[in-house]
Structures are given as structure tokens and as C-alpha cells.
Design a protein around this ligand. Structure first.
Ligand SMILES: C[S@@+](CC[C@H](N)C(=O)[O-])C[C@H]1O[C@@H](n2cnc3c(N)ncnc32)[C@H](O)[C@@H]1O
Length: 216
């Protein structure tokens, strides 16, 4: 089994100061909905969908609002992103989201086999330089966990506007022989902040959808 260590995380944890209201939510509400990886307490009567690197939470909040019967876990170490999602949870009175405010790879390691139904990774950092490929959140090592934690028939949804990274991901998924690719042209939710920025800069989102095969 692959082990991930916290020191391997690459990315920023903090940006501009968050608002007073967000700080209050961060200090007082986040602890209430934080996932404890030593005691995940998954509700087996409901589906669990996970989003890795939810950014400011546009997609996660939209999914939670439109799928109230599903439990969600979002993993994101960027404090400003977490604060933005907390505001959305509070504004829309969402009761089906829990947050893992740290490196998603620690959550991946803790999730039991076949415990989740959908996994979303939207616009992960592409780390384009070859010497930085080891920083990618979709990698040979994390794929072992995606395959393990998804139920047979479960969905892996990925979006990226970096064509080279997409090719790399497609090859990786094809080599691991656990997933079948389904044709996909977009996701129903509104575009995330990162996607919108990319579109303005002339970059187009590419969407991938995979189903975990039944025989694994
Ligand atoms: C390019 S942004 C995209 C954010 C969002 N999905 C969107 O589309 O707007 C990538 C996000 O992945 C997060 N990220 C990077 N490494 C991560 C990790 N190991 N675990 C969880 N999130 C991670 C970053 O903090 C960042 O918010």
C-alpha cells in the first residue's frame, strides 16, 4: 500500500486575509464538519461522493445542494478556499458536506475499500514541467487508492484545461486497467472559478469520465 507523507504537499495554504465572518466560520463551524481520518464515520445507508481540491467550493456546494440525499467529503488545504466553501454551506444551509482541510492523499489512505460512489477532481494543478510531475495529485500512487476506494460501478470525474496532463492521465488510467472511459463533454454544474479564469485566457476544459469495472 502506498503511504503519503504530509511533507510531500506542494501548493499554497494561505492567500489574502479572509473576512471576519469567514474567520468566525473557520474557527467555530469548520471543527464541527471536519472529517477525522482516524474515525471516518461514513453513513453506509447513503452514497458518499468525494471532491479532491475543491478550490473555492463552487462545484461541491452545487452538487450538495442538488443531491441532498448524498453525503459529501471535500478535501482542500487552501484556507481561503475552505473559507469560501464554509460561506456557501452557511448561506445555503447545506447539511451534507464534511471537509478534510488538508492534503487529500491522507484522506485517500484512510478511506476504506469500496466506500465511495463518486470521486471528482476538477482542474488539478497540472505541474507542467517534467521535473514537477511527481507533484501531480493524479499519479500512479493516488490511482491505486482511487481504484481501491471506489465501489464497482463508481465514477471518477476529472476535468483539466492542460492537454498534456490530460493525455498523461488517459495513459495512466488505461495502464491501470480498472476503469472504463465513458464519453463525456462537460459537467452539469456551473463552471468553477479556475475554469472561468482559464476560459478567459483561452484555455478550454476537457472532461473525463471513468467507471470502475465490476470485476475489481
Ligand atoms: C487549480 S486549483 C482548482 C480548484 C478547483 N477545483 C476549481 O476548479 O476551481 C487546484 C486545487 O487543488 C488543491 N490541491 C492541490 N494539491 C492538493 C492536495 N494534495 N490535496 C487536496 N487539494 C489539493 C489546491 O489547493 C487548489 O485549490
Amino acid at each position: 500500500m502506498t503511504n503519503f507523507e504530509r511533507k510531500e504537499f506542494y501548493g499554497r495554504r494561505k492567500g489574502r486575509p479572509i473576512t471576519k465572518t469567514q474567520q468566525n466560520l473557520y474557527d467555530n463551524f469548520l471543527p464541527e464538519i471536519t472529517v477525522n481520518i482516524d474515525d471516518l464515520a461514513l453513513n453506509k445507508d447513503r452514497e458518499t461522493w468525494v471532491e479532491i481540491g475543491f478550490g473555492r467550493g463552487e462545484h461541491l456546494a452545487w452538487q450538495a445542494e442538488n443531491n441532498r440525499q448524498v453525503n459529501f467529503i471535500g478535501a482542500e488545504p487552501f484556507i481561503n478556499g475552505i473559507a469560501a466553501l464554509l460561506s456557501k454551506i452557511s448561506d445555503h444551509k447545506l447539511t451534507n458536506i464534511r471537509i478534510f482541510p488538508d492534503d487529500a492523499r491522507l484522506l485517500l489512505k484512510a478511506l476504506p475499500d469500496a466506500s465511495i460512489n463518486k470521486l471528482f477532481i476538477l482542474f488539478p494543478d497540472p505541474w507542467s514541467k517534467k521535473r514537477h510531475h511527481k507533484r501531480r495529485i493524479i499519479s500512479k500512487e493516488t490511482l491505486v487508492h482511487f481504484a481501491r476506494i471506489l465501489q464497482p460501478g463508481g465514477e471518477l470525474r476529472i476535468a483539466s484545461d492542460a492537454p498534456d496532463y490530460v493525455e498523461w492521465i488517459i495513459d495512466l488510467l488505461s495502464d491501470c486497467k480498472v476503469f472504463t472511459r465513458i464519453e463525456e463533454h462537460g459537467i452539469e454544474s456551473p463552471k468553477t472559478r479556475y475554469e472561468q479564469k482559464g476560459l478567459k485566457a483561452g484555455r478550454k476544459g476537457i472532461y473525463l469520465k471513468y467507471i470502475k469495472d465490476d470485476n475489481f
